[in-house]
Design a protein around this ligand. Structure first.
Ligand SMILES: Cc1ncc(COP(=O)(O)O)c(C=O)c1O
Length: 373
């Protein structure tokens, strides 16, 4: 199997650990181990005396039980823990798909969600999000038109990376009804869940549809990407069994230390999410003022949920050239739409970090110096 370069990861590999102003990150502000341990009395002792042996392939029972508690209709044994979300995507696509299958993927989105299927010899059709009046939308009639007799899978990413577009409950039901009518599986990447800016909790897709797999992770809403803990949830027993067996060839099991730290984090899920929603809302207020001030150059497309948005910009050069010059000359990292194979002068901005304000100031200064604003 030959995989094409993962454009976003290649770009981050070049700049993420050298650029001083990260204005595009999709994970919320992380923390030190010591700060996480403070959330629970006795947690430090628990960690210090934890066993550094192999762990259960599907994840520790306590962790799976906390994760299943996030859902309405999912039992503990309908969860498999993985090393990050990425391992779960790779595993799922490998066990479900074979050469010649047709896959429909929401677009733009995180590359592995369609690239692994492409590498396996599947035909992938793109179900496009459209930018309409400062927000994103998607057309379900278009989805129906893309369905073929050999369509095996619909891949969605809600809240979406990079746009922040998020299905409302009636859209989730519409999607599940369409998939059910045609006997199609759904893979729903929901790694940005938990950061609902409107305060309305939407159902996970696997809570509604038996042949759906929902993907979750500690990296984004919880800001704990270094733990490398993700999971899938599904009521489909065959998929659970096949994914477990595939994992034997990848990480085998998760880091025991990361499992313990994830348990502590999930026991205090509400406090962690509240902290991160507050950071995002504060940064969005600052950004809204910036976009209002420069509305002749930018189109603000604020996110509905999660820490990222995909904004449009008026430019006399290509957006990828602008972003490379910006990071090389001013040290401000933004992700251009070319990374997502998406046409038009869009860039991704991230709102989950505490130093957003400083990065935006440097960005503004650069725009003034370059006479762009
Ligand atoms: C939509 C989406 N899915 C999956 C991942 C992978 O998550 P992780 O780094 O935790 O494996 C990312 C990371 O950016 C993402 O944006």
């Amino acid at each position: 199997m030959k995989l094409n370069d993962f454009k976003l990861e290649v770009y981050f590999g070049k700049y993420e650990f050298t650029a001083p102003y990260l204005l595009t990150q999709s994970d919320c502000e992380a923390m030190e181990v010591a700060d996480l341990l403070k959330f629970e009395e006795g947690a430090e002792e628990k960690l210090l005396h934890s066993w550094l042996g192999y762990t259960e392939v599907v994840g520790s029972p306590e962790l799976r039980s906390l994760v299943s508690g996030l859902y309405n209709n999912i039992k503990d044994d309908e969860i498999i823990m993985h090393t990050g979300a990425q391992e779960a995507i790779f595993t799922f696509m490998n066990v479900l798909l074979k050469k010649g299958d047709h896959v429909i993927s929401m677009f733009p989105t995180y590359q592995s969600l369609y690239e692994v299927a492409t590498s396996e010899g599947c035909e992938v059709s793109r179900w496009f999000l459209r930018n309409d009046n400062n927000s994103w939308c998607i057309d379900f009639q278009e989805l129906e038109k893309l369905i073929k007799p050999n369509t095996k899978l619909i891949v969605v990413n809600t809240p979406n990376n990079p746009t922040g577009y998020t299905f409302k409950e009636d859209e989730i039901i519409k999607l599940c009804n369409i998939a059910d009518k045609h006997g199609i599986y759904i893979f729903s990447d929901e790694v940005y869940r938990g950061l609902d800016l409107d305060g309305i909790k939407k159902p996970w897709i696997c809570d509604i549809y038996d042949n759906a797999v929902s993907l979750g992770v500690m990296s984004k809403a919880y800001g704990l990407a270094g733990l490398r803990i993700g999971w899938v949830a599904t009521r489909n027993k065959e998929i659970l069994e096949k994914m477990t067996r595939f994992k034997h060839y990848l990480s085998i099991c998760n880091s025991s230390t990361s499992e313990i730290l994830s348990i502590i984090a999930l026991k205090h899920s509400d406090s962690l999410l509240k902290r991160n929603i507050n950071i995002i809302k504060g940064n969005l207020n600052i950004a809204n003022r910036f976009f209002e001030k420069y509305d002749n150059v930018f189109q603000n497309n604020p996110p509905q949920c999660g820490p990222i948005a995909f904004h449009k910009m008026k430019l006399d050069k290509k957006i990828d050239i602008f972003c490379e010059e910006l990071v090389n000359n001013a040290g401000v990292l933004l992700l251009p739409s070319s990374i997502y194979d998406y046409e038009g002068p869009y860039f991704r901005m991230g709102y989950g970090r505490k130093n957003f304000n400083k990065g935006l100031d440097v960005f503004e200064q650069y725009l003034i110096e370059q006479k762009i604003v």
